[in-house]
Design a protein around this ligand. Structure first.
Ligand SMILES: [Fe+2]
Length: 322
C-alpha cells in the first residue's frame, strides 16, 4: 500500500532539530531597504492603490536578487523563510504595506483572498464589532493550530506570506511544521492512515463562502513528482458538520494523528515588528500560539497576509454522496 505513496524526504521533510537557523533565516540588506524606501516614498506620494504597484515600475535590482535567495529556501530548502526586517517605524503602516506588496510580488504574483478579493488581508482582532470581520471575531486571541491556507479550495495559493506590522503584548509566536515530515512518519508508522489522507474529505470554513459549494478532495495529492497537502482540521470538521456526514473512523484517526505530528514537531519562534515569513503552502503548515494583546486599539497585533502564485487542480475523483 505504502509503495503508492513514496516518502517525500529531506529537505522538505524536516523536524525542528534537523534545521540550522541559516537554513531559514535571512537578513535583508540596508542597500535593498534603500531601494524599497525610494519606491515606498513614490507610492505614498501617489496614494497608490493595490494591486496597481508593480516591481518593474521601480529600480529594485537588489530586491530581485533577495527574492531569488528567498525562493531558493522555498524550493530547494526547508520550504519557508523568515526575514529580518523592514523599518516599520520609519515607513509607517501604509509604507510597510507597499514594501511588503513589492517584495511579495518579486516572489510570485499576488492573488486575491477570500470571497471579498482582498489583495492584502489584515490579520487582527480589534474587539470592535463594526471593524472586525467574522474570522477575526471567531479567532480573537486564540491559539491557531497547524494548517495550510485556503485548504478548502482545489486551486489555492502556492505561497503564503505573513508580515508582522505590530506584535502582541505577549505570546502569538509563529509555528511552522513540515507536512512532508508528517507524511513520511505516517508512511513508516501507519501506512493505513497515510493512505486515508490520499482519499477525499469534505471541507467547509467558518467564514462567508458560497453555502452550496461542495469542497471535496484529499489532504494529499500528487501532480507528477510534486506533492500538495491541504490541511485544516477545523475545516474538515466543518465539512462533516455542514453536510451532516460524520467522518469515518479511519478518516478521523488519520486527521487526529496527522495534526498531532504537526503540532509536536513544530518550529516555534517569536516575530518582531517588520519581520515576515513566506511559506510553501503546499507542504508547510503554519499556526500561532495564543496571545495577549494591548488594551489600546492602535497598538494591537497586526499581521499582513499575502497569497502568492497558485497551485492545484480540480479533484477528478468520484463525488461525495450527500
Ligand atoms: Fe493561515
Amino acid at each position: 500500500m505504502a509503495q503508492a505513496f513514496p516518502k517525500i524526504g529531506y529537505p522538505k521533510a524536516w523536524a525542528p532539530g534537523d534545521l540550522r537557523p541559516d537554513d531559514w533565516r535571512l537578513g535583508i540588506s540596508q542597500a535593498a531597504i534603500g531601494e524599497l524606501g525610494r519606491a515606498v516614498a513614490a507610492l505614498k506620494a501617489a496614494d497608490a492603490k493595490l494591486p496597481a504597484p508593480k516591481p518593474t515600475d521601480f529600480d529594485l535590482g537588489l530586491c530581485a536578487d533577495f527574492a531569488r535567495a528567498m525562493k531558493q529556501r522555498l524550493e530547494a530548502g526547508p520550504g519557508f523563510v523568515v526575514v529580518s526586517r523592514l523599518p516599520v517605524e520609519d515607513w509607517g503602516i501604509d509604507g510597510i504595506r507597499y514594501a511588503w506588496w513589492l517584495l511579495g510580488s518579486l516572489v510570485d504574483r499576488p492573488q486575491p483572498q477570500y470571497i471579498e478579493g482582498f489583495w492584502l488581508y489584515d490579520v487582527r482582532w480589534l474587539g470592535d464589532w463594526d471593524a472586525d470581520d467574522e474570522q477575526a471575531r471567531r479567532l480573537r486571541d486564540a491559539e491557531i493550530k497547524a494548517h495550510t491556507d485556503e485548504s478548502l479550495k482545489d486551486v489555492g495559493p502556492r505561497y503564503t506570506g505573513l508580515l508582522w506590522a505590530a506584535k502582541a503584548r505577549a505570546g502569538g509566536n509563529s509555528r511552522v511544521s513540515s507536512c512532508a515530515f508528517a507524511h513520511d512518519l505516517l508512511h513508516d508508522e501507519r501506512p493505513d492512515l497515510l493512505a486515508r489522507l490520499y482519499e477525499p474529505f469534505l471541507f467547509h470554513p467558518f467564514r462567508p463562502v458560497d453555502p452550496n459549494a461542495v469542497h471535496w478532495h484529499p489532504v494529499f495529492r500528487r501532480y507528477g513528482s510534486h506533492v500538495r497537502c491541504q490541511f485544516a482540521r477545523d475545516y474538515i470538521a466543518g465539512g462533516a458538520k455542514r453536510w451532516e456526514r460524520p467522518l469515518d473512523a479511519a478518516g478521523a484517526e488519520a486527521i487526529e494523528r496527522f495534526e498531532a505530528i504537526l503540532e509536536r514537531f513544530a518550529l516555534d519562534f517569536p516575530m518582531e515588528p517588520g519581520e515576515f515569513e513566506i511559506l510553501d503552502n503546499d507542504l508547510i503548515t503554519h499556526g500561532r500560539s495564543q496571545h495577549v494583546d494591548w488594551a489600546a486599539t492602535k497598538q494591537r497585533r497586526h499581521l499582513m497576509r499575502l497569497w502568492l502564485g497558485t497551485s492545484g487542480a480540480v479533484y477528478d475523483g468520484p463525488p461525495p454522496r450527500l
